[in-house]
Design a protein around this ligand. Sequence first.
Ligand SMILES: NC(=O)c1ccc[n+]([C@@H]2O[C@H](COP(=O)([O-])OP(=O)(O)OC[C@H]3O[C@@H](n4cnc5c(N)ncnc54)[C@H](O)[C@@H]3O)[C@@H](O)[C@H]2O)c1
Length: 340
Amino acid sequence: MSTVLVTGAGGYIGTALVPALLEAGYAVRALDRFFFGRDLLPEHPRLEVVQEDTRRLTPAHFAGIEAVIDLAALSNDPSGELFQEQTWQINWQARAGAARLAKQSGARRYILPSSCSIYGFQDPDTLADETSPTNPLTTYAKANEKAEQDVLPLADEAFTVVVLRQATVYGYAPRMRFDLAINGMTYGAYATGKLPLMRDGSQWRPMVHVHDAAAAQIFMLQAPSDAVNGQLFNVGSAANVYQIGPLGELVARIVPREVEVEWYGDPDHRSYRVAFEKIEALGWKAERVAEDGVAEICERLADGSLEKGQTSITLDWYRELMRWHRIIKEVEMYGGILEI
Ligand SMILES: NC(=O)c1ccc[n+]([C@@H]2O[C@H](COP(=O)([O-])OP(=O)(O)OC[C@H]3O[C@@H](n4cnc5c(N)ncnc54)[C@H](O)[C@@H]3O)[C@@H](O)[C@H]2O)c1
């Protein structure tokens, strides 16, 4: 049985991926700062939980590890702009460092879950594939590209490196994110009857369900090295490439109430249509479409198993943690507040 180190295991994708890995028979070392809570992963005899910052990894974190799935990151554009220095450190340097340590420690495989946002803006008449020029527009996208450039050259016969450029993810996971397009539209429409749409609606965006994203990562753990080593793969499907305006209409049709569109933001300059033939040629295919994600989120909101908690808007939660950190540092004495 091989052990997989998952960094960022307490995040949105991680809390879907870890149970899927356990189900597939792997042992998992789940490493995270756990900014979004420590109780979102299942108790399991094959699960080891490690609280650590990826900027402080040591060879001991990789002892006995066969493969690494390196999810830990500040995970969106607004967080990347507010915390630029930390985004370079965590999303680029710490991931390059993790890949080097993995290789030195004898791990056999390293998977970098990067992002299709690296394509930034592309001519709407063309489909970006893995050979297309990149056009990263934000600190988040640029840091992903730097990480890709540093980890790919580590590939050799003994060490398989795979980069997955994931489409924007949607659907339910225990660490829920309502700051992702489909999830946010669904919540707004369901809870208030107002569906938030980012101007001007013509922008193209590929999407992928969180269980399909996790499945693609597991697929890459198992794919023959000579078919994937040192390569990039877009993760998504043609059926999940949407223009934001029509996507909003699709969401509105599924949410079980009257819905009106509420436009927000300046016109979004990120627009990219992406091709997924390369990963499909290997035999992996996304199984879900947006309708599935919208329906499952509505069902969970209706039965009370999902609420919009404070942690579900990533940037707001990081800001809140920083605010409380300042307050606590000011009032803490002798290691406590009232109890000392
Ligand atoms: N969600 C998407 O739509 C999407 C799309 C493409 C790529 N990605 C990439 O997939 C990865 C996971 O995304 P997500 O949606 O699960 O994000 P997330 O914010 O839910 O999860 C990130 C996790 O990393 C942890 N973390 C952050 N900094 C850390 C540090 N320095 N040390 C240890 N842990 C740290 C956080 O506590 C969190 O649990 C990210 O690299 C993201 O860029 C996500």
